[in-house]
Write a protein that binds this ligand. Structure first.
Ligand code: CP
Length: 365
C-alpha cells in the first residue's frame, strides 16, 4: 500500500497491471476488491476452492461451528446507494456464516453525506467502527475513492465493491466464474470454452466484469450480441484483444445462434439497464424484443449449453428455460453467498485456514 499517493496516482495504478498489486494488496494478500482485472488465475482458483470449502464445512456440524469463529467479533458495514436483493442479502448471509456482524445503510440521505461530507471523511469515520466496508454505489469511482482514502489512513480496512456504477461488479463475476467452473468440471474447465453475452453490454457491469475475468483463462472465446446503442465499449474490446481472446460482436441474436450456436458453451443473458436512461427509454421491450432468448432457440444450441443470468430479469430469459438442463441461474444466486464468504476470508487472511480445516475433515482433496 502506498500512503503518500494522490487519488490520481492510485487510480492510474489500477489501470497498470504491474502497479495494481501495490495498491490493492497488503501483507502479500488481496486487501481491496474493486475490479476483475486485479485477479490472477491462482487467486481465482484459491478463491473458488475456499468457497467450496465453506460450502462443504457449512453442511458439517463441526465445520459449521468452526466457520462461525473465523470472523467472530468482526463488524461489516454495507453501504448501498442503489437497490439490491441478491448482492446485499448474500453479503449479509456470508458475513453471518463466518460469525461477523453487519450493519446496512441503504438510504444515504440518512447519513452525513446529506450534509456534504466527503467520501474520504465518511469512510475514515466508518473504519473506526467497522473491519470491512462493502459498497454499492451509482458512481463508477466511489469504491475506488473509498479504498484510496482508507489506504492512506492509520486504520486501513478492506473495501469490497458490490457494484460500481456501470463499470464493474467484481464479486458477481467471481460467482459467475465459480458457477462456470462447477458446470464445466466434467468438460475440462473454463479453458477453451465459448461464452456468449447478450444484452446491454456497455451499461451492464456484471457482463463487463465477467468478460474481463474470462481473460484469466486459456483461450476462451467471448461473443457479444447487443443492440447497437449498447455494444461493448472500446476499452473492453481492446482489453480482450490484447489478451488474445477471440471476440465477435453481432447485432442479431438469432443470426448469432444460427451461425455459432453449436459452438457456444455458455450463454450469459442480461437485461436492458433502463435505470440509466435519461428521457425516453432506449431499446425495444415486449415479446418482439430481438434480445429475448426465446424458448425455440433451444434447437440452435448444444443440449448441455449453460444458461446464466445475473438477475434481476425482466423478459429477456423466459421461464421456459428453467427446464433446460444447463439452466444454472438459481445456482448462481446461491453461489453468491459462498464466493462472498470466501472473499471476506481472503481479505482477512483466513482462507488458508478454512481450506486446511476442510482438508482435515476430508471435505476438500
Ligand atoms: N445480480 C445482482 O447484482 O443483483 P442485485 O441487484 O439484486 O444485487
Amino acid at each position: 500500500m502506498t500512503k503518500g499517493m494522490s487519488y490520481e496516482e492510485f487510480n492510474a495504478s489500477l489501470r497498470d497491471s504491474s502497479a495494481r498489486k501495490r495498491v490493492l494488496h497488503s501483507k502479500g494478500r488481496t486487501f481491496h476488491v474493486l475490479l476483475s482485472q486485479q485477479f490472477g488465475r491462482p487467486e481465482i482458483e484459491s478463491l473458488c476452492d475456499t468457497a467450496t470449502a465453506i460450502r462443504r464445512l457449512d453442511r458439517h456440524r463441526e465445520g459449521r461451528s468452526f466457520l462461525r469463529g473465523v470472523l467472530a467479533g468482526q463488524r461489516i458495514m454495507q453501504l448501498f446507494s442503489q437497490p439490491s436483493t441478491r448482492t446485499a442479502q448474500s453479503f449479509l448471509a456470508a458475513a453471518e456464516k463466518l460469525g461477523a456482524s453487519s450493519q446496512m445503510v441503504t438510504d444515504l440521505s440518512t447519513s452525513s453525506f446529506a450534509k456534504g461530507e466527503s467520501v474520504e471523511d465518511a469512510v475514515r469515520t466508518l473504519s473506526s467502527f467497522f473491519d470491512t466496508i462493502v459498497v454499492r454505489h451509482h458512481e463508477d469511482d466511489f469504491a475506488t475513492r473509498a479504498a484510496w482514502a482508507l489506504s492512506r489512513s492509520h486504520r486501513p480496512i478492506p473495501v469490497i465493491s458490490a457494484g460500481s456504477g456501470r463499470s464493474q461488479h467484481v464479486t458477481q463475476s467471481l460467482l459467475d466464474v465459480y458457477t462456470l467452473r462447477y458446470s464445466f468440471a466434467e468438460r475440462g474447465g473454463i479453458d477453451g470454452k465459448t461464452l456468449l453475452v447478450i444484452g446491454d453490454i456497455s451499461r451492464n457491469r456484471a457482463a463487463r466484469s465477467l468478460a474481463y475475468l474470462m481473460t484469466k483463462f486459456d483461450q476462451p472465446r467471448v461473443y457479444f450480441v447487443s443492440p447497437k446503442e449498447f455494444v461493448p465499449e472500446r476499452d473492453l474490446l481492446a482489453y480482450l484483444e490484447k489478451h488474445g481472446i477471440e471476440v465477435r460482436v453481432h447485432e442479431t441474436l438469432e443470426g448469432m445462434l444460427r451461425e455459432h450456436g453449436r459452438r457456444i458453451d455458455a450463454i450469459y443473458v442480461t437485461r436492458l439497464q433502463q435505470e440509466w436512461d435519461t428521457g425516453e427509454p432506449k431499446g425495444e421491450r415486449g415479446s418482439s424484443d430481438p434480445y429475448v432468448l426465446k424458448a425455440r432457440y433451444r434447437e440452435l444450441i448444444r443440449p448441455d449449453c449453460v444458461v446464466m443470468h445475473p438477475l434481476p430479469r425482466v423478459n429477456e430469459l423466459p421461464d421456459e428455460w428453467e427446464e433446460h438442463p444447463g439452466f444454472v441461474v438459481w445456482r448462481q444466486v446461491r453461489n453468491g453467498m459462498w464466493i462472498r464468504a470466501a472473499t471476506f476470508a481472503m481479505v482477512h487472511g483466513a482462507d488458508e485456514e478454512i481450506r486446511a480445516r476442510a482438508r482435515r475433515l476430508e471435505l476438500l482433496p
